[in-house]
Ligand binder design. Structure first.
Ligand code: PAF
Length: 283
């Protein structure tokens, strides 16, 4: 069973012991409500470092008004039990006061720049600034050698990587493939809010990715994915785009590219769903 700690003093004490023993540390930042997708992150983290810290903190800075911060499920006891059969050493579950002693509103916010304002950031203004602010603070507290994130949030991984590169932080960012349910839907804490009918509609998202993957070119992949999603009953599509994995921007000329990430966001009922896949063409 991992030790569950809430204070910075406890965290620093444990980290000092590990560091003095020459051990490396991996961090898996989460907002709790853990599922098999998180377990895949944890398995990767524990394979990459001697010690593993999972942080659980529902970060107010990354929720806009009406985005469900208050309703976000908090389930520390269940999360702790969920990690019992893993090699996680510590669950760091700080309060808002520990995370933001100056008050969340007064914490200096990092900027995720232009990419942070596109796609998810365009529909959720300030979201990635809030993500970067909490991730940087967790990095400052834990000083991990490795930090592990899920590919489902591809734009999040991109902005975190950019921050690490721009600041030359000595942290290896590792991405873990999206874990899917048997019906193809990417695992997400939000899936529990889908009704049976909405779940059927939501399956069109992984189907669009599957069908796009069968096409010979990026422009055809985009066309196929868009036509499936536009025709899907019960889905309100926010975006279906192909981005260059190096820049997270649409390429100047989609037609000839050999690699692109197809990114999708759509709403089923009240549940916003995102998914993506890295596609390769003409190889
Ligand atoms: O992906 C998440 O769960 C959150 O955005 C993260 C990285 C834990 C920051 O709050």
């Amino acid at each position: 069973m991992p030790a569950v700690i809430h204070s910075l003093e406890e965290l620093r004490g444990i980290l000092d012991t590990w560091r003095n023993a020459g051990e490396t540390v991996a961090l898996v930042p989460t907002m709790g409500s853990l599922h098999q997708g998180h377990k895949a992150l944890v398995q990767e983290a524990t394979s990459q470092a001697d010690r593993c810290v999972v942080s659980i903190f529902v970060n107010p800075l990354q929720f806009g008004a009406g985005e469900g911060f208050d309703e976000y499920p908090r389930s520390l006891v269940a999360d702790e039990a969920f990690l019992a059969d893993t090699l996680v050493d510590v669950v760091f579950a700080p309060s808002a006061e520990v995370m933001y002693p100056e008050g969340p509103g007064a914490a200096p916010t990092l900027s995720a720049g232009e990419v942070g304002d596109s796609f998810e950031g365009s529909s959720r203004p300030g979201h990635f600034d809030g993500v970067l602010t909490v991730v940087k603070r967790l990095f400052d507290y834990v000083h991990p050698d490795v930090a592990v994130f899920g590919c489902k949030d591809a734009q999040q991984v991109f902005v975190v990587r950019e921050m690490v590169n721009q600041r030359a932080l000595p942290i290896h960012i590792v991405e873990v493939d999206t874990v899917r349910d048997a019906d193809g839907l990417a695992l997400s804490s939000r899936n529990t809010h889908l009704s049976e009918a909405e779940r059927v509609h939501a399956r069109e998202i992984p189907r669009a990715l599957d069908e796009a993957e069968k096409t010979p070119s990026a422009s055809e992949a985009l066309r196929v994915a868009r036509s499936i999603l536009d025709a899907a009953p019960g889905l309100v599509v926010d975006y279906v785009e192909m981005v260059d994995p190096e820049t997270f921007r649409p390429p100047a000329d989609t037609a000839g590219i050999r690699e692109g990430r197809l990114i999708i966001a759509a709403t089923a009922g009240t549940v916003r769903l995102i998914d993506n896949r890295l596609l390769r063409f003409g190889q």
